[in-house]
Design a protein around this ligand. Structure first.
Ligand SMILES: [Zn+2]
Ligand SMILES: [Zn+2]
Length: 373
């Protein structure tokens, strides 16, 4: 079963081609004739949603949702994918799902609709420059990589993320450690001579403690998709979330937008794990002393709110030595995350050079000693 949808179309009023969102601007632009038109949408503000809303409105599990079919009005082809937006696989026309933006933030299809979007700020041309700098910055990068060409593919993607706000109150029990330095005097007997020595010894004394810490969390971020390695996404942080705009489909025109595949409830569990790290540090700070032990940490969460936000990432794939490497670029800050190949030959040559220097030194020392004798 698939869901047929009627996507937004983006015809260019200038030449009949298609307009797409121009990174770093508030317009849609035609890549062929340069025609520009303003982004559509009202003056809605970004809102946080009460977590209780999730249980109030019935939702289909995302794992059971059929992939959407995007028919293209321009060429008649159909493109299928679990996406909010994509490019027609035949003519490349931008197709964006019509997502209802409601107060409950649950779309008719039974999914949570995006609340906010962080628009692309960096253009494709700049990504290539960043990519070249990234691959050649490594010392042993193969020479062929220093000239990354158009052969690599660069694709703009919006990745779904959940953000959570929460007020937390945490009761803890533990111990405070106080270090005391004691000086010990002892004598040694060596070759019939008696020597007096001092020795410093650290001793930690533990006293039981209990207390309470509170903290308000704002926009704790977790990926809404498992299709991209979460470790890579963490390294793309931080994101300028304050610059997020209320969701408007126009921002997605010309970019691929993944549908979320991590349920918001699962996202909240992961967000709580991030919060726990901060809370435990708060507890240790309050305990003070020279060392701390935490035995029980009990947190109650209140005023929990959530929202679905789309974050812009340039995904670059390049081939080298029969292997493909994937690089992610934060399209707001320019942070680059990914693999870089290194040249085996260059590493071998570097090692050989070091060995040669050692050999020369050894020969030099041997010659010097043989001259002296
Ligand atoms: Zn045009
Ligand atoms: Zn098409």
């Amino acid at each position: 079963m698939t869901t047929h949808i009627s996507p937004h179309e983006y015809p260019c009023a200038g030449c009949g081609a298609r307009v797409e969102y121009a990174a770093g601007t508030s317009v849609l632009r035609c890549p062929y004739c340069g025609h520009e038109q303003p982004i559509a949408g009202g003056d809605r503000a970004v809102r946080e949603h009460d977590i209780a809303d999730l249980t109030r409105s019935p939702r289909e599990p995302v794992a059971l949702l059929a992939p959407d079919v995007f028919p293209c009005a321009k060429c008649g082809a159909q493109t299928t994918g679990p996406a909010l937006s994509l490019a027609c696989q035949f003519c490349g026309a931008p197709l964006v799902r019509r997502e209802a933006v409601t107060d409950a933030q649950v779309a008719p299809a039974g999914q949570v609709a995006p609340e906010a979007v962080l628009p692309f700020a960096m253009e494709r041309a700049e990504v290539r420059a960043r990519l070249r700098a990234f691959v050649s910055s490594r010392r042993f990068a193969p020479s062929s990589l220093k000239t990354v060409t158009e052969a690599e593919s660069v694709k703009g993607m919006y990745l779904p993320h959940w953000t959570f706000d929460a007020h937390t109150r945490t009761r803890y029990t533990g111990q405070r450690g106080t270090r005391t330095a004691t000086r010990q005097t002892y004598t040694t007997n060596r070759d019939g001579e008696t020597m007096v020595r001092n020795r410093q010894e650290d001793r930690v004394q533990w006293t039981p403690v209990a207390g309470e810490v509170t903290r308000d969390f704002d926009d704790v971020l977790v990926p809404g998709t498992d299709r991209v390695a979460p470790g890579d996404l963490v390294h793309l942080e931080p994101w300028p979330l304050a610059e997020a705009q209320p969701y408007r489909p126009d921002y997605l025109a010309g970019y691929h937008t993944l549908r979320y595949d991590v349920e918001p409830e699962v996202g909240l569990d992961r967000a709580k794990r991030r919060m726990t790290t901060v809370i435990r540090a708060d507890c240790r700070r309050q305990i003070g002393g020279d060392a701390q032990r935490l035995f029980t940490v009990d947190t109650t969460y209140s005023a929990v709110t959530y929202k679905l936000v789309l974050l812009p990432v340039w995904v670059a794939l390049y081939l080298h030595g029969g292997r493909s490497y994937r690089v992610l670029v934060n399209a707001c800050t320019g942070t680059v995350v990914g693999d870089r190949p290194f040249s085996r030959l260059k590493v071998v040559l570097a090692i050989a050079a070091v060995l040669a220097v050692i050999a020369l030194l050894v020969v030099g020392v041997v010659l010097a000693t043989s001259h002296r004798s």
